[in-house]
Design a protein around this ligand. Structure first.
Ligand SMILES: Nc1nc2c(ncn2[C@@H]2O[C@H](COP(=O)(O)OP(=O)(O)OP(=O)(O)O)[C@@H](O)[C@H]2O)c(=O)[nH]1
Ligand SMILES: [Mg+2]
Length: 296
């Protein structure tokens, strides 16, 4: 009989949740950046090991909500930690535990869902004993299936996380085909790859106000080229100028980086065209948030 486990990856913003998902799935399906609030929606990742299908939900990180978009992001986290087989709670071991983290751990524990605590970024520690206080603080308050110090960056400990997750599986049919790694449509994946590059390259307020919509994605007849036309939305005319950059330099840099990654992912030559458009204050406009697929 086959087995399945549905697992939510949760924790504070920038802790390395999406990095962990990518490391487990073995493909880059979720955007990763050094800026907080990179993940905006629930991302499904699938990993099959022998007869076991592990289905992961990567969630937006816990942060202080500042607009309607971030409130939706936090709703997504709350909705994703119920009715599942386990939670992988990712914490950045170089930072203090926040009240939001404690609250989420509290509500998950109360519902009886097994929690695996992943203390990530141990490569940044001077000594492993530095995490002892955090471990004792958390294990005094909550029951964990396992507490695992990890460095996703150095691929250290990820196997142990997978082993622990496997224990949470139960007999069940598989819900996804065995060759599927995500349920995200290719257009969404492509848009996210472009947004990730802009997040890394831009500063301050600009990157967080960006959304990317892929308007066309099709393979050319009789030639191995994938045409991708994307619109980059931002919140202000001044932001548009920053995204385009002097003589178009910033947009060129971001789209070249995105194109290389798209080519690697899709295994085909890509012709990427990007336009920049302004949608004033869209992160507070429900209709636009919905049209970008960022809320139900
Ligand atoms: N040093 C170090 N950096 C890491 C490690 N894992 C992830 N990072 C970095 O941490 C940053 C955030 O990683 P993400 O995977 O985007 O974090 P996240 O928790 O998904 O963030 P949100 O989507 O904003 O909630 C990136 O710059 C990663 O490269 C690690 O083990 N060590
Ligand atoms: Mg993320």
């Amino acid at each position: 009989m086959s087995r399945t486990a549905f697992i939510t990856i949760a924790g504070r913003t920038n802790a390395g949740k999406s990095s962990l998902l990518n490391a487990i799935v073995g493909e880059k399906i979720a955007s990763v950046s050094s800026k907080p609030q990179t993940t905006r929606t629930r991302i499904t990742g699938i990993k099959n090991i022998d007869d076991v299908q592990l289905v992961f939900f990567d969630t937006p990180g816990l942060h202080k909500p500042v607009n309607k978009l971030s409130s939706h992001m936090l709703d997504t986290v709350r909705e994703s930690v119920s009715d599942i087989d386990g939670v992988v709670f990712v914490s950045d071991c170089t930072r203090e535990i926040t009240q939001q983290e404690t609250e989420l751990l509290g509500s998950v524990s109360k519902s009886g869902i097994p929690v695996i605590l992943v203390l990530n970024k141990i490569d940044l520690l001077k000594s492993m004993s530095d995490i002892a206080p955090v471990i004792s603080e958390l294990t005094e308050k909550f029951n964990f299936e396992a507490v695992i110090p990890v460095s996703v960056k150095e691929k250290n400990g990820v196997d142990i996380v997978i082993d622990e997750i496997m224990k949470l599986s139960s007999e069940s049919v598989h819900y996804f085909p065995d060759d599927m790694i995500t349920d995200q449509p290719e257009r969404v994946l492509a848009g996210e790859m472009i947004r990730e590059k802009l997040l890394e390259l831009l500063r301050d307020e600009v990157p967080h106000g960006i959304a990317v919509g892929v308007e066309k994605m099709s393979e050319r007849e009789n030639s191995d080229i994938l045409d991708i036309y994307a619109v980059i939305y931002c919140e202000r005319e001044s932001h548009k100028g920053i995204i385009i950059g002097k003589g178009g330099s910033m947009l060129k840099k971001a789209s070249t980086q995105a194109r290389l990654e798209l080519e690697k992912f899709f295994g085909i030559k890509v012709n990427l065209k990007c336009w920049v458009k302004v949608k004033e204050d869209w992160r507070n406009r429900e209709g636009i948030i919905r049209s970008f697929g960022l809320s139900e």
